[in-house]
Design a protein around this ligand. Structure first.
Ligand code: AVJ
Ligand code: FE
Length: 433
């Protein structure tokens, strides 16, 4: 086997071990719905197998459908999440058998395939990258479900580096063009393409994500009770839902507590805030005298190397993420303290851009100029428009295989169960340029 094939095989195994680990639970936990926002866990599990069957076995390798009668059950567009409990989905044992059977054949296809074949599904193993990233994304979704279920102990609680770095509150990004998106990363999704020049005025962006201490100051300053800081839609959302703090936070006397995977603990004031929706992030930014960065501002601050005239795949460069560079890959069930990754800084000096928490941006999810759907419209194109806001950077529950400078995620502005925080930005004033 070639190096690439070995890497693909190892990644397929690693992501499947994680999926099976997170669903190594009693049947009842897996078939029940824990929130109308989420699928039953065993639906996610068989859905990743069905996706693998559709794309690797049928589309790329032309293999006859194994179980065509279940396709509709696992089509995310046929049944919204809240209605999935009523589907005749495979029960846990059957689901594990099914995805195991698919996986065996996928490995046979991998063995036989020519990764230099110009067919765009096969070239550079694109279709394997597609299913690996897809399964990682569902693992993150399953974790959000397990947290809503209050399930403790699902993620190991590994060590994370201490918050060490000192530096300015904001870093400066001078005016100028940069190259957004990519034409060259072989496993990039359609929505990351094509690379295109974007010219931005000078701006400041927070060196670090907004932390719990700063966010608590917003709450204590009455931020949730002052319509000035909120957009009209955000204010309506806040009032209708009676929200006064991030999801999973409660007040006990003078102290903030949070429930993390079913276990209450004092809110660690040195961690990035997470479980805030776009409206909350946007309101905080206005309160702080700033705004959310646009998606382009976020990407330039993350990866643009002006001296080299090139975008970096990660803020620190080409090297794959390591535990010293970023908090990715489910090392612990939480973001690392602010300032834990000075070595992971971007050329402009922004830290923790990748890992820890997804970061809300000001931008609606849309296609780049010249966008072409590949391999199917329902991955990204059907979500374009003014309904979803772009999230960037990946969380502690994202995997390195599905995070990079150009990687785009998106969600409704009301979503809070996802592992999401934010940082602020502001346009540089003329005197600052
Ligand atoms: C990119 C995370 C918004 O979970 O809906 C999973 C990823 N696409 N299966 C989602 C996805 C198809 C998607 N997000
Ligand atoms: Fe999916």
């Amino acid at each position: 086997m070639t190096d690439l094939k070995e890497r693909i095989a190892a990644q397929l195994t690693a992501v499947r071990d994680r999926s099976l680990g997170y669903t190594a639970a009693e049947d009842d936990l897996l078939v029940r719905q824990h929130s109308p926002l989420m699928s039953p866990l065993v639906w996610d599990l068989a859905h990743v197998g069905n996706y693998e069957e559709l794309w690797v076995l049928r589309a790329a390798a032309g293999i006859t459908p194994l179980r065509p009668e279940i396709d509709d059950i696992y089509d995310a567009f046929k049944t919204p999440r809240r209605d999935r409990p009523a589907l005749p989905f495979l029960r846990p044992t059957e689901a594990r058998d099914y995805i195991g059977g698919v996986r065996g054949r996928v490995l046979d296809v991998l063995d036989a395939v020519d990764l230099a074949d110009p067919d765009p599904l096969r070239r550079d193993g694109f279709v394997f990258g597609l299913v690996i990233q897809h399964e990682h994304q569902h693992d993150e979704t399953m974790l959000a479900t397990l947290q809503l279920a209050g399930r403790p102990g699902v993620v190991r609680d590994g060590d994370l580096p201490p918050g060490l770095s000192a530096g300015p509150e904001e870093v400066y990004v001078p005016e100028g063009e940069f190259l957004m998106g990519t034409d060259s990363l072989p496993w990039a999704y359609d929505n990351e393409r094509p690379a295109h020049r974007v010219d931005l005025p000078a701006y400041w962006i927070d060196r670090l994500p907004v932390g719990n201490a700063a966010y608590a100051a917003f709450i204590e300053d009455g931020g949730y009770h002052d319509a000035r800081w909120w957009t009209p839609e955000g204010w309506r959302w806040r009032q209708e839902n009676g929200v006064f703090a991030p999801l999973f936070w409660t007040r006990d006397g003078g102290a903030w507590w949070r429930t993390r995977f079913g276990r209450p603990e004092p809110v660690p004031m040195d961690e990035p805030v997470q479980h805030v929706c776009w409206y909350e992030a946007d309101a905080y930014a206005r309160w702080a005298g700033k705004r959310l960065p646009t998606e382009a501002e976020w990407e330039k601050a993350c990866g643009w190397d002006a001296a080299a005239g090139r975008a970096r795949p990660y803020p620190w460069g080409e090297q794959d993420p390591t535990p010293e560079l970023a908090n990715l890959g489910h090392r612990a069930a939480r973001p690392a303290p602010l300032g834990a990754y000075p070595g992971g800084a971007s050329p402009y000096g922004a830290e923790q851009m990748v890992g820890d928490v997804w970061e809300w941006t000001a931008t609606w999810f849309d296609g780049y100029p010249g966008f072409r759907a590949f391999p199917y419209r329902e991955y990204s194109e059907v979500f374009f428009g003014k309904e979803y806001r772009v999230l960037r950077g990946g969380s502690w529950a994202a995997d390195p295989a599905a995070v990079r400078t150009t990687f785009r995620n998106w969600d409704y502005p009301i979503r809070r169960q996802i592992f999401t925080g934010f940082r602020c930005a502001r346009t540089a004033s003329p005197e600052e340029r």
